[in-house]
Design a protein around this ligand. Structure first.
Ligand SMILES: *[C@@H]1O[C@H](CO)[C@@H](O)[C@H](O)[C@H]1NC(C)=O
Ligand SMILES: *[C@@H]1O[C@H](CO)[C@@H](O)[C@H](O)[C@H]1NC(C)=O
Ligand SMILES: *[C@@H]1O[C@H](CO)[C@@H](O)[C@H](O)[C@H]1NC(C)=O
Length: 178
């Protein structure tokens, strides 16, 4: 026999999981190389293991290593009538950022989305493939809601990757919050 109290506890637990699961979904990921002689993507995908475990992974192969000058532009968009700029548009010097993460709180915020899942957590030079491995939807949801409540809707997290001030690749992650 399950006691009524236990039943209520169980219900609350399942309900909480349900909320955590349903609030955010990855809907697409697109990795595009603009300079295939500089970098190519070995893979770039989102995967659903089951209802609670969904993740994104990518691997960029750098073909002209070592890379000693990196810049990243990250911008967030909200879909209204097409995707419109929303909230953030930052550009970060990748080599400098890793020497002093506290210098740029917004960049740190974005980096927190994947820092525990990536081998990109050091300063220049980069002389290896860049891997982002299994960033889960629950992790992203926790990061998003820990900082600010974002209205329901469709969002795009767009990043441009520059090396030596030339744009080499873009990575777009689409999510839905509901
Ligand atoms: C979903 O898959 C993960 C990884 O295989 C597993 O740990 C988890 O228990 C699964 N959850 C459900 C609800 O099946
Ligand atoms: C972000 O800012 C840069 C520099 O100010 C600008 O060139 C770029 O178009 C902006 N991107 C978006 C999506 O607004
Ligand atoms: C980068 O991440 C790896 C793997 O998680 C870890 O072993 C390493 O200490 C991290 N390096 C830095 C500089 O944070």
């Amino acid at each position: 026999m399950i006691s009524p109290v236990r039943l209520v506890q169980l219900s609350i637990m399942l309900f909480s999981i349900h909320i955590a699961v349903c609030k955010l979904e990855f809907t697409n990921i697109k990795c595009i190389t603009l300079d295939p002689e500089f970098a190519v993507f070995d893979y770039c995908f989102l995967k659903s293991i089951n209802r609670t475990y969904k993740y994104i992974s990518l691997r960029a192969k750098l073909l002209k290593t070592p890379v000693t000058k990196v810049k990243v532009n990250a911008a967030t968009f909200q879909r209204l009538n097409g995707y419109k700029p929303f909230l953030y548009n930052i550009t970060v010097d990748g080599c400098r950022f890793f020497n002093n993460r506290k210098s740029n709180p917004v960049a740190s915020y974005f980096f927190n989305f994947f820092k525990d899942y990536s081998n990109m957590n050091h300063s220049c030079p980069y002389d290896h493939d860049i891997i982002v491995d299994k960033v889960s939807v629950v992790h992203v949801y926790t990061q998003v809601t820990a900082v600010l409540p974002v209205p329901h809707g469709d969002y795009l997290f767009h990043t441009d990757w520059f090396a030596y001030d030339i744009k080499r690749a873009t990575v777009d992650v689409y999510v839905t919050l509901n």
